[in-house]
Ligand binder design. Sequence first.
Ligand code: SF4
Length: 353
Amino acid sequence: MNTREKTKKIKIGNLEIGGGSPIAVQSMTKTKTSDIDATVKQIHALEKSGCQIVRSAVPDKEAAEALKEIKRQINIPLVADIHFNHHYAIIAAEAGVDKLRINPGNIGNPEKIKAVVDAAKAHNIPIRVGVNSGSLEKDIKKKHDGHITAEGLVKSALNNVKMLEQFDFHDIVISIKATSVPTTIKAYKMIAAKTKYPLHVGLTEAGIPRVGIVRSSTGIGAILAEGIGDTIRVSLTGDPLEEVRVGYEILKSLELTFHGVTIISCPTCGRTDINVVEIAQEIEERTRFITQPLTVAIMGCEVNGPGEAADADVGLAGGRGFGFIFREGQVVRKVPEAEMVEALMDEIESMAI
Ligand code: SF4
């Protein structure tokens, strides 16, 4: 792991990113933003799962006008995602959102960009310059033989940043997401060497959960391991709560955060005496909303289990018809198989309070 790059500190509502702040996990609503009730309901679920920043698409005027009421009902910073129509960005800023995500190149002429910058300045909110492989400018693509390249993405992002800086605006976050994992990694490494603005890291269109989780973990993980990145978003074709869970798992895997329960479980083998798969899934489900850092081990046998999971805070090792509950490598209880899960939950809850 490389040491984390120190970037500029930016405030998004009451949350700071960059400048050595903890890496923030964010997600995006998948409801119609104009449907205020559905969007607020989804954001409340995201808040409960630990999501720290939420973004909503603003594809039309109704969505822009819904932001004020959505913002009133939620507790985490809200980001308005706008393409093309600068009026929506101004309405969003006036609605009290905490950040705008735009591509200045998409907004059009300098007067329109200036109007968005003026609104961001007036409301003291940052702007994320979000470059995606899908929206890369045609002239940049042409210069790279029609291909999406890391160099092209970086050039586009820096051009877009310059458009904001020419209006003396420096409250900027940058993202440069491609669908290709190697291109995304290369692009983030390149841009981290060229700017001190904080970086929002992610892949675009990562895919359905199984594939998307692997691709996101590989890409985002590799970038974070380089010491690059101030906030992450895992994009999945699926439940946004899963994006948050995966985001934390990536950070926990790299020991960049210690948030919530980490379950370690053995792969099972011919010595396995209990249903490790079912138990691990049940414990994962029941501990999902514990935010305190805790490592829970679920091991298939008493021979190797407690020893292999000696670093866990609490754990269960299976025996024939019974299970051992252990804390910090020491067995504290022996319980019948039917009571194992509840006994483990009792131990977890006693430690989580
Ligand atoms: Fe097999 Fe026991 Fe190791 Fe699980 S902990 S893989 S059951 S030896």
